[in-house]
Design a protein around this ligand. Structure first.
Ligand code: KIV
Ligand code: ZN
Length: 511
């Protein structure tokens, strides 16, 4: 079996896509879960792009124990210096440097001639080599580049010390057959490629990112770059879970395997959705809500007789367990801790205390507490940011013949602040009351409400995105869970406000 390295770029290419930005605490939480998933390389960010990115790459590099941590860097000395400063504390640091190689990118974007691009790539790989031995070189827009030119540049950067060569389909333009032939042609023209890792990085503009990556594995690629849930620029990147499960399910064809702990896939996908508020479509392969649901009578009948009639992989293999009643209101802290550990989470004593309070509160309101409720509690308490404002109580008056009014009280620095506001419906009124309390002009960009389990007593799961009027890039997202949907919405709104304040404070600290 050939070993395929999984290079995860959820925290870099994924995070830079609209609606998927994460703050430092969220990135660390995601990074820890990616490590549990057992990825080989984690691209933690683009250190030179902002002080915030630098700090997150550095913190992640110093936290991870079992994977290589990479920072992206343009082929510029300043970027490489920053990348090194950020990853040098990692157990296994990597610098990932790139330059565009297609005629259109070289002429219009870089305004450099091809010889200058080769010189720069070679010089920057040598420059990075003085810092670390593990260097990845990417030829941006490789699939629209000239094959002879690429072979020449790859030969030079391998001699200069690159240990991984990435051949990205930056604009999602290629097709499986073409990509396969392209990689074979490159290996033919540049035999040195067989001495390093060949990596592929496919975007999904034509919906072919996974198919192209798999064709590349057949052509000799030993590393695949991908993201959880396929998030990423424009139509996204190749999805990690689809690549891993395709290789596993069709081992007979690809004769290749990964080190991924597949039973962590579902949890990783859900964590990312929780953090970003971006849910996957129900029919998404592997992690969609319907991926293992059999609706048609003929299918159900077949599955009951023999699962393999319609199931090519088991739900258990990606970590889907039977929805089970786990704990009740009489369960103690030890039972909660044991269940949390069985679900694969680590909590500190302080986090356990916090989770226990929430669990008791929930068990009082709900008859049945499921694994997904416990996961919701735990992930929420893990990614806790300072609670500048905390919901105290609220009263809402609403109906179809009156104007909705909300009276909301919050606690800030031990003091209660209470405001009344009207609005177009109970949620609008409640949000206006918080806006008055916070004293900022806030704009509601997005609001979603769903339930986290089936049944009447499911938790209401609210996500809110807000921005501050006149402030660019101020969007933050919040999440709230409660058996009461208005309470869930208020918690989500307050959570988004607290994140806004936390991010402003972090920026002040960094500048
Ligand atoms: O899509 C792309 O080409 C990239 C590179 C920087 C690897 O993200
Ligand atoms: Zn990319």
């Amino acid at each position: 079996m050939k070993q395929i390295k999984i290079f995860d770029t959820t925290l870099r290419d994924g995070e830079q896509s609209p609606g998927c930005s994460m703050n430092l605490k969220e990135k660390i939480e995601m990074a820890k879960q990616l490590e549990r998933l057992n990825i080989d390389v984690m691209e933690a960010g683009f250190a030179a792009s902002s002080p915030g990115d630098f700090k997150s790459v550095k913190t992640i590099a110093e936290t991870m124990k079992n994977c290589t941590v990479a920072s992206l860097a343009r082929a510029l000395p300043g970027d490489i210096d920053k990348a090194y400063e950020a990853v040098k504390g990692a157990v296994s640091p990597r610098i990932h440097t790139f330059i565009a190689t297609s005629p259109i990118h070289m002429q219009y974007k870089l305004q450099m001639n091809p010889d200058a691009v080769i010189d720069s790539a070679e010089a920057m790989v040598k420059y990075a080599k003085k810092y670390v031995s593990n260097i990845e070189f990417s030829a941006e827009d490789a699939t629209r580049s000239d094959v002879e030119f690429l072979a020449k540049i790859f030969d030079k950067v391998i001699k200069a010390g690159a240990t991984t060569i990435n051949i990205p389909d930056t604009v999602g333009y290629t097709t499986p057959d073409e990509y396969y032939n392209f990689i074979m042609a490159l290996r033919d023209r540049c035999p040195a490629l067989d001495k390093v890792d060949i990596s592929v990085h496919c975007h999904n503009d034509l919906g072919l990112a996974v198919a192209n990556s798999l064709a590349a594995v057949r052509a000799g690629a030993t590393q695949v770059e991908c993201t959880v849930n396929g998030i990423g620029e424009r139509a996204g990147n190749a999805s990690l879970e689809e690549i891993v499960m395709a290789l596993r399910t069709r081992k007979d064809l690809y004769k290749a395997e990964t080190r991924i702990v597949t039973t962590e896939i579902m949890r990783t996908s859900k964590l990312l959705s929780r953090i970003t508020g971006v849910k996957v479509q129900p029919n998404k392969a592997i992690v969609g809500e319907n991926a293992f649901a059999h609706e048609a009578g003929i299918h159900q009948d077949g599955v009951l007789k023999n699962k393999e009639t319609y199931e090519i992989m088991t739900p258990e293999s990606i970590g889907i367990t039977e929805k089970s009643l786990v704990l009740g209101k009489h369960s103690g802290k030890a039972a909660l801790k044991a269940r949390i550990q069985e679900l694969g989470y680590e909590v500190t004593n302080e986090e356990l205390e916090e989770a226990f309070v929430k669990f008791k509160d929930l068990a009082d309101k709900k008859k049945q507490v499921y694994d997904s409720d416990i996961e919701a509690i735990v992930t929420k308490s893990n990614i806790q940011i300072p609670q500048t404002f905390k919901l105290d109580r609220f009263v809402i008056n609403s109906g179809n013949t009156i104007t909705s009014t909300a009276n909301v009280a919050v606690i800030k620095n031990g003091k209660r602040i209470e405001k009344v506001a009207v609005g177009d419906g109970p949620i609008d009124a409640a949000f206006h009351a918080i806006e008055k309390i916070v004293g900022r002009k806030l704009h509601l960009e997005d609001y979603k409400l769903s339930s986290n389990t089936d049944g009447k007593d499911a938790l209401g799961d609210a996500t809110v995105a807000i921005s501050e009027e006149g402030k660019k890039n101020s969007t933050t997202k919040g999440r709230g869970l409660s058996t009461d949907v208005i309470e869930a919405s208020l918690i989500a709104y307050i959570n988004a406000v607290n994140k806004m304040i936390y991010e402003e404070e972090s920026h002040k600290e960094m500048n």
